[in-house]
Design a protein around this ligand. Structure first.
Ligand code: ADP
Ligand code: FRU
Length: 313
């Protein structure tokens, strides 16, 4: 026990993100194509995608040691994805081998005229991370666990396990938890009261009848557990939040000079907020930093250039 505690103290603890990794095949067009037309795109690239996977990329670029847990199927696409995780120094925790499955893929049309991204996602037959997979992890390696809301039943079991573990530990050794509720699916709304920090999307907010980030925060606060934080990003409107003590907070957006690529803006925002909170910053600072990093990201393709822009943030 003593040995384990010493080990825990010497290694820097990581942020673990659990959710989707997929291949994004991105075609950049100068004008969005018409149906049944035949046109050329400006450029095309493969990029590792998926919300949790993108957030890991950004966490790592910001200097937070992190790990990804999600399903992959052996093959050339998985090799591309694993090489890219390694390039960004993201540790990968793979669940048990999935038989005869296909790695999910998105076809993305990025418009050079507007910076919009149109995503056609193929979720394939790959099972998400289960509670059994999660149970194989040594949780002492992590200071924060972030779930991309997906298979809520299994994720609720994972969250309960972390809560049980936390209850037996002094405050400074507890794992902080966050969850992203992005897809407007009723099943995911059960996740609201089970994390310390909840990211809710504008799509979910709208589906639940809230048409501004302020209304979403006020209207959804009651779904959280006492003392939790709620955060709602809203593209060019920036982001709003409710702090653990009930204070309402806001950050404006920081639009880039030219909107180039909004793919993964939300994942970038989440990562930048988690990075700051996990390093002891206050929520207002984290919110503003999230909007700065996500806004800057909308000004270039992919994520790499985040590292170059950090000195200006
Ligand atoms: P998603 O990618 O999930 O749709 P959002 O559109 O809510 O995410 O954007 C997340 C964050 O990214 C916003 O809070 C904002 O800071 C930044 N952002 C996104 N789009 C823009 C934009 N057009 N101009 C400036 N900032 C943006
Ligand atoms: C961006 C993203 C893409 C992926 C899609 C899946 O937020 O994670 O990388 O193709 O969403 O819904």
């Amino acid at each position: 026990m003593e040995e384990q505690q010493q080990g825990e103290q010497t290694k820097p603890k990581k942020i673990l993100c659990i959710g989707l990794v997929c291949l994004d095949i991105i075609s950049v067009v100068d004008k969005f194509p018409e149906e049944d037309s035949d046109s050329r795109c400006v450029s095309q690239r493969w990029q590792r995608g998926g919300n949790a996977s993108n957030s890991c990329t950004v966490l790592s670029l910001l200097g937070s040691p992190c790990a990804f847990m999600g399903s992959l199927c052996a093959g050339p696409v998985a090799s591309f994805i694993l090489e890219d995780f390694a390039r960004f120094q993201v540790e990968v925790c793979l669940p048990r081998e999935r038989a005869a499955c296909v790695t999910p893929t998105s076809l993305v049309i990025g418009s050079a005229a507007t910076g919009s991204r149109t995503i056609l996602h193929m979720n394939s037959n790959i099972p998400d991370v289960t509670f059994e997979d999660f149970s194989a992890l040594d949780l002492s390696a992590f200071k924060w666990i972030h779930w991309e809301g997906r298979n809520a039943d299994e994720q609720l079991k994972m969250m309960a396990a972390v809560e049980r573990r936390n209850a037996a530990l002094p405050r400074q050794r507890r794992i902080v938890t966050s969850v992203e509720i992005e897809k407007p699916r009723e099943n995911l709304y059960r996740l609201f009261p089970h994390a310390d920090v909840v990211f809710v999307s504008k799509d979910v907010s709208r589906q639940l009848g809230f048409h501004t980030p302020q209304n979403a925060i006020r209207g959804l606060a009651g779904r959280l557990r006492a003392g939790a934080v709620l955060i709602c990003a809203w593209a060019e409107k920036g982001a709003d939040a409710l702090d653990a003590d009930g204070t309402l907070l806001h950050s404006d957006a920081f639009p880039p000079q030219h909107l180039v690529d909004t793919l993964g803006a939300g994942d970038t925002f989440n990562a930048a907020v988690v990075h700051k909170l996990a390093n002891g910053c206050r929520l207002q600072e984290a919110l503003t930093f999230g909007c700065r990093v996500a806004g800057a990201k909308c000004g270039f393709h992919g994520y790499d250039a985040i590292a170059d822009q950090l000195t200006q943030m």
